[in-house]
Design a protein. Structure first.
Length: 168
């Protein structure tokens, strides 16, 4: 055995031998209380506080997981939509999109990646619906718009300049 360990044992035995029974009992109780307090402070209290914090944070974490899953499914859906090709902007596609909404253009001109459409006496709400559909399906957006309200409700004269984002 180690010499310093045997010296510590001898010192402890000498200390214990000079104590009477009442002092020994008090020292044993004090030692037991100190060991129990250390056990609680080092092992039990951190586990209880961690469990309490987890109980408070778990609903928030579950909500965040649900949001992340929803965003991930939306992103995968968008990537599949992005892969679909759209037709190049042409006079025919623009005229067909307008006709699908009951609109007739007075003039349509397409040069390069820019198109100009002039509408006379058309419904404002149908025009907005058509522009929204063009933006979603053909990636066509409005560069410039000149809109004049007419005396009749929901009737306008308009001149639009379009461009197509990421043409094929």
């Amino acid at each position: 055995m180690n010499p310093w360990l045997s010296k510590i044992q001898q010192a402890a035995a000498a200390f214990w031998a000079v104590r009477d029974a009442r002092e020994r009992k008090l020292l044993l109780i004090a030692t037991a209380v100190i060991i129990a307090a250390l056990y609680y402070l080092l092992l039990i209290a951190p586990a209880l506080t961690g469990r309490e914090q987890l109980g408070k944070n778990l609903p928030l974490l579950r909500e965040q997981v649900a949001q992340l899953q929803a965003l991930a499914s939306e992103a995968s859906g968008l990537s599949s939509h992005a892969e679909t090709s759209v037709a190049a902007m042409s006079k025919e596609t623009l005229t067909a999109a307008l006709a699908a909404h009951g609109l007739k253009a007075q003039s349509v001109s397409v040069t390069g990646g820019i198109a100009q459409i002039q509408l006379v006496g058309v419904s404002f709400s149908q025009t907005l619906n058509c522009l929204d559909e063009l933006q979603k399906t053909a990636r066509i957006s409005v560069n410039e718009a000149k809109i004049t309200a007419l005396a009749q409700p929901d009737q306008i004269d308009a001149m639009f300049t379009f461009h197509q984002a990421n043409p094929p």
